[in-house]
Design a protein around this ligand. Structure first.
Ligand code: ATP
Ligand code: MG
Ligand code: FE
Length: 355
């Protein structure tokens, strides 16, 4: 099955082509330099940028796959949500138009499930699996009993893990988005586990709350007057050791919190064969190391996408689309964007082209 994937949910415009389990081409254009001037994603600008870039990226992917007119494509997969409404609508409208013009089915994909299914790129996920999705907008733990099945066990009540990294980085005047910079500096620092308590562990659930940690760090930074230092040009040599130590502490606190709730989630599952870690924050080196060690100690397979497939990309969207299409499902032409909330697509229809 040849599938063209389109991702426009936030600040990456991406297009990819899969051909029978083989990723032929994928392009990711990040809008980070444009938004970083504002210290966060500006939704209106993101939508306009997707509109400006998407058609060119689709043409480039089709050209490099030697299918300039889209010949041979069996399916178009596009992110349905969650994400920014205007940004999603650009991708969905484009995908529907292309589907009509090529006469092939279109499928609206859950972006969060797609992040987790990117774990399959390197080695197959063995089910039942446990999926930990840590991204800019979500921190979700899913039981994944079988392919294409996701049961939510826990989620964040406020900030997502990536959001916590980014907001804390902002307090330290690090560039946007700051998760990556905290990760780099943490490797050069020494964590003090007594400085901040691991948030929201005094309960028996698998949910998270990271906003208190952000406040605790803000108070600490205020007390120490760190924020006066200007890090506009990021250079690790110029950054004082106490900031590196603080980054190591924050990193450790977030990673240990994620690990503790993951331990609880494992205890709630009947059987776990694979631990899947995905989403932009899964690029974090300390997080990958700790989760991999935990999985191996428990005898689970550990899978996380290669670092360049942790963040938003259309390869994961096309791949996820194929998994549902293989069950003989597709979306009807009137499917809508779902910017937030529960988006388990109950409205797939049986694909009349499916044999
Ligand atoms: P969602 O998938 O929830 O809709 P999103 O698509 O915006 O949100 P992603 O692109 O998956 O999120 O992830 C972006 C987040 O990952 C940002 O918060 C960023 O700081 C964080 N991130 C990226 N690299 C690292 C890293 N090495 N360490 C920690 N966080 C990181
Ligand atoms: Mg992004
Ligand atoms: Fe994402």
């Amino acid at each position: 099955m040849i599938c063209l994937g389109i991702e426009t949910s936030c600040d990456e415009t991406s297009v990819a082509l899969w051909d029978d389990g083989h990723l032929v081409t994928d392009l990711v254009h990040t809008q980070i330099p444009m938004h970083s001037v504002f210290g966060g994603v500006v939704p209106e600008l993101a939508s306009r940028e997707h509109l400006r870039l998407l058609d060119g990226l689709v043409s480039s992917v089709l050209q490099s796959a030697e299918r300039p007119a889209g010949q041979g494509i069996d399916l178009i997969a596009v992110t349905r949500g969650p994400g920014l409404l205007g940004a999603l609508l650009v991708g969905i409208s484009y995908a529907k138009s292309l589907s009509l013009s090529l006469g092939v089915p279109v499928i609206g994909v859950n972006h969060l499930y797609a992040h987790l299914l990117a774990c399959d790129f390197t080695e197959p996920i063995e089910y039942p699996a446990l999926g930990v999705l840590v991204s800019g907008g979500h921190t979700h733990i899913y039981e994944m009993p079988a392919p294409c099945e996701f049961n939510l066990l826990g989620k964040t009540l406020d900030d997502a893990a990536g959001e916590a990294f980014d907001k804390i980085a902002k307090l330290l005047n690090l560039p946007y988005p700051g998760g990556k910079y905290i990760d780099i500096l943490a490797r050069l620092g020494t964590a003090d586990p007594r400085l901040f308590s691991k948030p929201y562990l005094q309960n028996d659930n698998c949910d998270f709350s990271f906003s208190g940690l952000k406040t605790a760090v803000a108070q600490y930074v205020h007390k120490k007057s760190f924020a006066a230092i200007d890090y506009a040009a990021f250079d690790v040599e110029l950054i004082p050791q106490e900031i590196k130590d603080l980054c190591a502490t924050v990193n450790e606190t977030i990673v240990e919190t994620l690990l503790e709730k993951t331990r609880r989630a494992v205890a709630r599952c009947h059987d776990v064969k694979t631990l899947c870690l995905a989403g932009g924050v899964a690029a974090n080196s300390h997080l990958r190391h700790k989760f991999s060690a935990f999985a191996h100690a428990r005898g689970f397979k550990f899978l996380a996408p290669a670092q360049n497939y942790c963040g938003d990309n259309a390869a994961m969207i096309a791949y996820a689309g194929v998994q549902w299409a293989k069950k003989g499902l597709m979306s009807s032409m009137d499917f809508e964007a779902v910017p937030r909330g529960k988006i388990v697509p109950n409205d797939f229809i049986v694909n009349p082209f499916f044999k």
